[in-house]
Design a protein around this ligand. Structure first.
Ligand code: PGA
Length: 250
């Protein structure tokens, strides 16, 4: 894993956008895996600005999102489908038909999960997966304890994830408790992974990723087994690693 350290959230967002723009320019028909949550919002803003200023085109790009809440319609402001349109898709020239997000209202979730996996396979797999990390080390909505062999599946969200996401809802009771997510093995199949980590609340997660063992109680630890992972992390997120290495050097 390669780690790029930057000063703050703004710098992380700028660097991540530059990274993605380079890839889209080199491979206009790139298959991108996309993440939601607070972390990539700044990255998406930079992609929009670049699209408007420099004309980087997404007409041939195909996207697959990591996850979606179970029970929310795509029109619901808290759905990830709505988020993606609002934060990115409505502001660039991507074709809506080329954007894919698991259906949180599927009649049969097993069929939906299988279909989503099949669709990714039919497209030749994901070239670049953008990832965030949960403070508990989750990737996508793969909570601690998820099998490394998992494919797209439905999950019960961990209480810490529900609490972390409550900031977007009026009341804690409104936060969905289930989601549909790419599995860990799905994520690991992408050819390249860009992991974005910002803020003090993520410093334990980054520390554990860098220093802890690879096992299923820490979903992100699996990334150590992937041949092409780049982490862009800001000072607040790396602070614990730095503290540790300066103590070792004393
Ligand atoms: P965040 O979530 O970007 O909102 O911090 C990341 C995650 O939970 O994977």
């Amino acid at each position: 894993m390669k780690i790029i350290e930057v000063k703050d959230y703004q710098q992380m967002s700028k660097k991540a956008a530059e990274y993605i723009i380079d890839k889209v320019t080199m491979l206009p028909s790139i298959k991108l895996g996309l993440a939601t949550g607070g972390t990539p919002i700044g990255t998406y803003k930079n992609l929009i600005t670049d699209h408007q200023k420099n004309g980087t085109s997404y007409q041939k790009v195909t996207t697959f999102n990591l996850d979606e809440y179970v029970g929310l319609s795509s029109e619901d402001k808290n759905s990830y489908s709505y988020y993606m349109k609002d934060q990115l898709f409505n502001h660039i020239d991507i074709k809506q038909a080329n954007t894919h997000i698991p259906n949180g209202e599927a009649a049969d979730f097993q069929i939906e999960c299988n279909k989503y996996e099949q669709l990714m396979t039919e497209h030749g797999g994901i070239d670049l997966q953008i990832l965030g990390i949960g403070s508990n080390g989750h990737i996508g909505f793969n909570e601690p304890g998820t099998s490394f062999a998992s494919k797209t599946h439905t999950v019960n969200l961990a209480p810490s994830t529900i609490n972390a996401n409550a900031r977007y809802f009026n009341r804690l009771e409104e936060v969905p408790t289930k989601a549909i997510t790419m599995g860990i093995s799905t994520i690991m199949q992408s050819k390249e992974i860009l992991l974005l980590i910002s803020g003090e609340s993520k410093r334990d997660a980054l520390f554990n990723l860098m220093n802890g063992p690879v096992n299923e109680s820490s979903p992100a630890s699996v990334l150590k087994n992937h041949p092409n992972v780049t982490i862009i992390a800001d000072e607040a997120a790396v602070s614990l690693i730095r503290m540790e290495s300066s103590m070792e050097n004393d």
